[in-house]
Design a protein around this ligand. Sequence first.
Ligand code: ZN
Length: 150
Amino acid sequence: MEADGVVPDGTTVFSDDTPGVANLDPALLGALYRAATDAADNGVEFFVDSGWRSSEYQERLLREAVSKYGSIEEAARWVATPDTSAHVSGNAVDIGRFDATVWLSEHGAEYGLCRIYGNEPWHYELRPEAVDHGCPPMYADPTHDPRMQH
Ligand SMILES: [Zn+2]
């Protein structure tokens, strides 16, 4: 359901009537606007595959991942719990398509937009200090992220 944060095909960072985009942290959204506006000059459009998610939606994704990967341990490499997910708190966005992720991997740090996980080239979060210092080293996957320990 869109109200849970499911985003329709073709959603971009400017789709502010879509809850999955509108409920993102305003600072993250502001950085995405600035980056997307500059990327548009290079003919690159930032689509949003996933942004904010309700706890219920995150729980559903986790259940689906457990049945897909066979165990909670393996599923945790890809999908966080509702308590730990940066998507549920509105602090993470999954960007599509390929050209946008390439553009962000080259220029994102200038806007404080950083890749967090080696296994998720589409997942970006705001790290304001990256503007001056560059993005912090990536975790191989979410199981290495201290925020995911509980
Ligand atoms: Zn993500």
